[in-house]
Design a protein around this ligand. Structure first.
Ligand code: ADP
Ligand code: MG
Length: 294
């Protein structure tokens, strides 16, 4: 059964997509894991286009072909019976991909057909919250890991991502402005867990449901001086360590990843001293990921 892990932060540009992409490939290449990547970033579809550049055109035009996650939400809104069929694509790098759909921006629980029965309303809220989990359920036996990349906004879609996850991690730039993305991610997890307590009280136990756990922040774009974190980043690191945890391993800021992004290739395929360093940092993060998100 796959372990489902979300990469979430309310902040953009902190390295969610970069972390998700490299951990996905690291798990597949170096640990022989079967990996599915789910892209819920409806605005940029960054990881979709990194794996399958040919989809960039479709994404920009708003016309994704096949059955996407959006079609599944649409089924809910039109009160049609739920069917879990969805199009999963293969990639050259190995992980499979459930691509982003720009129409996911239209996902909101307010589109659920209304009812004036409180218990029925709770069931409908649960159906919305659990939609992604329900879509992934039949796929879970085919993978060891399902990693979900997300859009930087706490929305009804993100709540459905959080619900679908066994664990969430929160990539972070270790500067004062970006570290706020981590507590707000933890808060989103707590809110979904708390809401589920209420829903379970109203509608009864939900088979197979377990709370989502926070597995730690991941330092991206860290800076070192003399082999240790620069002094302005150390307090942020310590603060995150004290409040819910941060991966011991981090990735330093540098050119290797920029070249890798420009060539649409993982850092593991890039040569040069900086790339070597970032490569071994991502290998270490992937190992730690296996321990924190078993
Ligand atoms: N350690 C790093 N060093 C240099 N550039 C990085 C590093 N990590 C990420 N980047 C770059 O920063 C930008 C934002 O990263 P991205 O993963 O897209 O963030 P997010 O998904 O959180 O918006 C990208 O252009 C990415 O290539
Ligand atoms: Mg992104």
């Amino acid at each position: 059964m796959a372990t489902v892990v979300g990469f979430i932060s309310e902040k953009g540009g902190v390295g969610k997509t970069t972390a998700c992409y490299h951990v996905a490939i690291g798990l597949q290449w170096y640990h022989d894991k079967r990996v599915l990547v789910v892209d819920t970033d409806y605005q940029r579809g960054g990881i979709t286009c990194r794996f399958l550049p040919a989809l960039l055109e479709d994404f920009r035009s708003g016309q994704m072909s096949g059955t996407t996650l959006f079609d599944k939400f649409q089924q809910l809104y039109s009160n049609s019976p739920f069917s879990p069929d969805i199009d999963i694509l293969g990639t050259e790098e190995g992980p499979n991909l459930l691509p982003a759909d720009p129409r996911l921006s239209q996902v909101t629980v307010e589109k659920m057909p209304a009812s004036n029965n409180i218990r029925e309303n709770n069931r409908r809220l649960l159906r919305h919250l659990s939609l992604l989990r329900d879509v992934l359920e039949p796929l879970a036996s085919e993978y060891d890991y399902i990693l979900i990349d997300s859009h930087p906004e706490i929305s009804d879609l993100l709540r459905s991502v959080v619900y679908a996850c066994d664990y969430c991690v929160s990539p972070v730039k270790l500067d004062l402005q970006s570290t706020i993305g981590v507590p707000s991610a933890q808060q989103a997890i707590n809110e979904v867990n708390d809401d589920m307590e209420m829903i379970v009280r109203a509608v009864g136990p939900v088979p197979g449901y377990i709370q989502t756990r926070f597995a730690g922040a991941i330092g991206m774009m860290a800076r070192e001086w003399g082999g240790i974190l620069i002094s302005s980043m150390r307090p942020q690191y310590r603060r995150l360590a004290a409040s819910g945890g941060i991966f011991q391993n981090y990735v330093t800021e540098g050119d290797g990843l920029r070249q890798a992004a420009a060539r649409r290739s993982p850092i593991y395929n890039i040569d040069g001293p900086n790339a070597e360093r970032q490569k071994s940092q991502f290998r270490a993060i992937t190992e730690e990921f296996l321990v924190r998100c078993p």
